[in-house]
Design a protein around this ligand. Sequence first.
Ligand code: ADP
Ligand code: MG
Length: 606
Amino acid sequence: MREFFKVLKYIVPYWFRASLNVIFNVLSALFALFSFTMTVPFLRILFDTQSLVLEKVPLEMTKDSLGNNLNYLISYLITNHGKGEALMYVSIGVIFVTFLKASFRYLANHFLAPVRTGVEKDIRNDIYRKILRLPLSYYTDARKGDVISRISTDVKEVEVSIMSSLEMLFRDPITILIFLTSMFVINVKLTLLALIMLPISGVLIGRIGKKLKTTAFKGRKKMGILISVIEETLSGLRIIKAFNAEEHFEGVFGQTNNTFARLQKTVHRRRYLAGPLSEFLSTTVMMVLMFYGGNLVLSGDSGLSSELFIAYIIIFSQLIVPAKNISTAYFNIQKGMASMDRINYILNAEETIKDVDNPVSISDFNDSIVFRDVDFSYNTEPVLKKINLTVKRGQTIALVGQSGGGKSTLADLVPRFIDPQGGEVLLDGISVKQYKIKDLRNLMGIVNQEPILFNDSFYNNIAFGVNGSRRDAVINAAKAANAHDFIMETPDGYESNIGERGGKLSGGQRQRLSIARALLKDPPILIFDEATSSLDTESERLVQDAIEKLKENRTTLVIAHRLSTIKNADMICVIHEGKVVESGKHEELLTKKGYYYKLHNLQVEK
Ligand code: ADP
Ligand code: MG
């Protein structure tokens, strides 16, 4: 139930329209009741039991006064216009009242629409904001597709299942209350009998609802896996085709899809149970009432006339629909709560990397980056062990070593993509954790092995993240990164679209674009993580040339695979199994005949 109130929290900003919805629903219920009670005079005229009231009574809001006034009006119609016409007027009255009832119902829904869509929108915004703020490490554990399914299908499910039911939850109890009150007014005993039978149905319905939620939750999880498979398939289509793995993927997808369908089937079946079950239960109650009430009428001394009893039964029968709605709503809410749980799982996920209270601002890098006794592990296995390293301002430091040694991990610590478990990273003497993350990352330009580009124009990809950059600055950056020429060769120049993740470009072109982007940002610190490793020699030369221009007057951390590119570094550190095992200049390290010497020889032999 507490979880349910979390959903209600989203309605708070829309309280005004939500209350209008409730008000119009109350009006609609009142007029509905009114239209049903109109059957009494109708039947009386028909059965000729209408006693003529020819005296007007003062109009008051009591059962007797209202009844007498209505009777007076009808008696007036009968005596002056005849029975046939009186029936017609009563019918027209019912039509008019029903028209009002229907109009209020529409108005109620009119104001519900913005609440529904608003809540859906707000939840989606919240998740997206959270997605942007969660640390990178979150996504190595959570499948991307699962996150996508939470923000798309689960949010929709909440809207469809919970929001649509909320209306019933607000409206139908009011309707029931109004109808029940009128039933009490007509006959107390009969109504008490009806109320006694209610809890039994409640328990039954509650039981089924619980099970429904569990199954629905399993179903949503499968949906997450399903979208993950789709996501992986789309991004790996080239490999799937190359390895003739279509059938394998079809199998994986088909199996998950089948399980999902099976779970959905159970969910639907349970949910479909809600309506018929409560319908059956209420009909049973109604028959008991009809039996008991019928006997009351027959006995003749209960003050219950046959017309009033028929009106009573009509009102009660109208109770069945909202009662059924409430149990359906309850089942739907259970179904939606399974999705809400999944949404809350993301919304409640811890943002492990965030600003400290009163973070320090920083706009320039003046002195040094120092790694002091840094320990890091992703899970239990230590990846970095007691790393000590100093990068002075203006220097170029190269990290080399076997793949899997921990170089990228080390570089990720500087912009705080990850935080170390032990030791600290200091920037100008202050731990990076103390800085405003935004300021800290503003100091850095990062170029990875796999350039991250967006499905947009050349221009926007270079200007990405730099607000209000001037056109000539963008072009200059592109020129310095050796990207200008190939950009100009495309049909629309800087406005050409580069395709999803830059799919229309070669690897070298993509890399030069991401270097242009870093150039435009003009940061004091540069981090290159194997920026040229995946390139052919010719592209590498162009990219390397761009990097050299970029490095001027900056502090650079280069992770390099090809040692030829870092020969001139001020310091080369060899990282082996999470430790700095050697450091020094190229020549020094060669004479040591240690790790670096071995690495070097391996590459020269090639
Ligand atoms: P390098 O860049 O030197 O090749 P990495 O820093 O990428 O090495 O990786 C170091 C070790 O950490 C490797 O053993 C790798 O398997 C592990 N590792 C890297 N990233 C993750 C991650 N997100 N989750 C768990 N383990 C990781
Ligand atoms: Mg790496």
